[in-house]
Design a protein around this ligand. Structure first.
Ligand code: PHE
Length: 449
């Protein structure tokens, strides 16, 4: 019988904190520090931020719990986890396609993620040597105008990702995040203090937190929801794959709370660090993907010891990106290796290679392919972001919620959730059954029909 097929085991996280650290590592990344501020900027600020927070609470959090429940129950990669839990719940194994869609989304995301993370790596050196003679805006233009430069750093980042995933979850992923993530948090707080003193703090706070709903369109809704999925790393099996390695004695619900809160905190703190500088230096809040690079470099150029703090910031940002990129690769690698199709190392190399090739398109979209439009008026990178953030992740998340809410056997769920406040449990059930899937469906409907 299908379910009794022997699958290779991956081992479990060692230590109480490892799951939280790894899951936070997956969640906190470019999405928070690069993506959130620039999307808030292009979408007019406050209203976007508020809708984003609403999506985290009403859609993201319930789905995060659901993903971990499935992952830990099965102890397998997302494809096999969905299949197993579906079969154990006496429903169709076709649910495994949610896992497949996740592997596909992971490769697409990794492809452009690595290009942006490559720019971070490049900025370690730029910020160490920048004298401020060249404006931060011109500096960014220089960086992205060279295809070879972008491709070089994209290659470096992808290689690092593949190497870490090859090493396996215990040695590779768990260890790195422990020291560096808290350090990133501290440096972000330092940047906020700097921005409070030297930036236009009031204008930034108004921009970020005074919502103006008059310009909210269906597109704003979709972008905010997509950003919530992307930032929490939901809808594609990353957290499901990590959940498979979570020891049984840990609480899924409280761990999810911790991860989602930390993730949201980092995004908001990034916004509070960046926008005061944007306004003080008369930069454009809606300037797009260059926002974090231009604003931070402007600050480091002005700052005493900026040539030390700058590289430190970009090193930590690169590490945050690495701890996310490895989780993008993990669902596919876990599948190939547990099925015994390929050893872990080979699987990591092959999937990373596919993502690397696709990433070339995103690197070129900054320069020689800037006029090439893939989906309506979006260039290659924007199209990849659109397909994943705004379509595949919410769709995957919606199916996961529908599965856990309506199809998964109740006793399997309560086994994983463990002892829990009754009201809180009912609330979670209600959100998973109704609110999360209907909200995604509603936002899709408004945008696409
Ligand atoms: N959450 C990560 C970030 O914000 C990206 C990510 C998306 C990771 C999807 C895993 C799954 O940078």
């Amino acid at each position: 019988m299908e379910i009794q097929k022997q699958l290779k085991s991956h081992g479990a996280w060692v230590g109480k904190w490892t799951f939280i650290l790894a899951a936070t590592g997956s969640a906190v990344g470019l999405g928070n520090i690069w993506g959130f501020p620039y999307k808030a900027g292009t979408n007019g600020g406050g209203a976007f931020v508020l809708i984003y927070l609403g999506c985290i609470l009403a859609i993201g959090l319930p789905i995060m719990v659901s993903e971990i429940v499935i992952g830990r129950r099965a102890g397998n990669s997302p494809v096999n986890a969905m299949r197993r839990v579906a079969v154990d719940s006496n429903t169709t194994p076709l649910w495994r396609f949610v896992g497949w869609s996740g592997i596909f989304a992971g490769v697409l995301i990794l492809s452009f993620y690595s290009v942006i993370a490559g720019i971070c790596l490049n900025y370690i050196f730029i910020s160490a040597t920048s004298s401020g003679a060249l404006s931060a805006t011109d500096q960014f233009s220089n960086v992205i105008s060279s295809p070879l430069n972008l491709l070089f750093w994209h290659t470096v980042f992808m290689t690092l990702t593949a190497l870490i995933v090859s090493a396996g979850i215990k040695d590779g992923i768990g260890r790195m995040v422990k020291i560096l993530m808290p350090l990133l948090g501290m440096l972000m707080i330092f940047m906020v203090i700097y921005a409070m003193i030297n930036g236009d703090f009031n204008k930034a706070m108004t921009f970020l937190f005074a919502p103006d709903f008059s310009n909210v369109t269906s597109d704003t809704l979709l972008q905010a929801m997509g950003q919530a999925f992307f930032s929490l790393g939901l809808g594609m099996g990353s957290i499901m794959a990590y959940g498979a390695y979570m020891p049984k004695d840990q609480s899924i619900v409280s761990n999810s709370f911790t991860v989602a809160s930390l993730d949201t905190l980092v995004a908001i703190v990034a916004g509070i660090a960046i926008f005061p500088i944007i306004f003080a230096f008369s930069l454009e809040p809606n300037s797009g993907p260059g926002l974090v690079f231009v604003s931070m470099l402007s600050a480091f150029n002005q700052m005493q010891y900026g040539q030390f703090v700058g590289p430190l910031f970009f090193i930590l940002l690169s590490v945050a990106a690495l701890s996310s990129s490895i989780s993008l690769l993990e669902p596919g690698v876990a599948y190939l290796s547990e099925e015994g199709i390929l050893p872990r190392k080979r699987s990591a190399e092959i999937i990373a290679f596919v993502a690397w090739v696709l990433g070339i398109g995103s690197a070129l979209s900054f320069n020689i392919w800037s006029d090439f439009h893939l989906i309506s008026d979006r260039n290659f990178l924007d199209s990849m972001e659109f397909i994943t953030n705004q379509v595949l992740l919410p769709l995957g998340g919606m199916f996961i919620a529908i599965f856990v809410g309506w199809f998964m056997k109740k006793s399997l769920i309560t086994d994983e959730i463990g002892a829990m406040n009754k009201v809180l449990y009912m609330l979670w059930r209600f959100f998973v059954k109704f609110i999360a899937p209907l909200s995604v469906a509603y936002i899709f409907y408004r945008q696409f029909f």
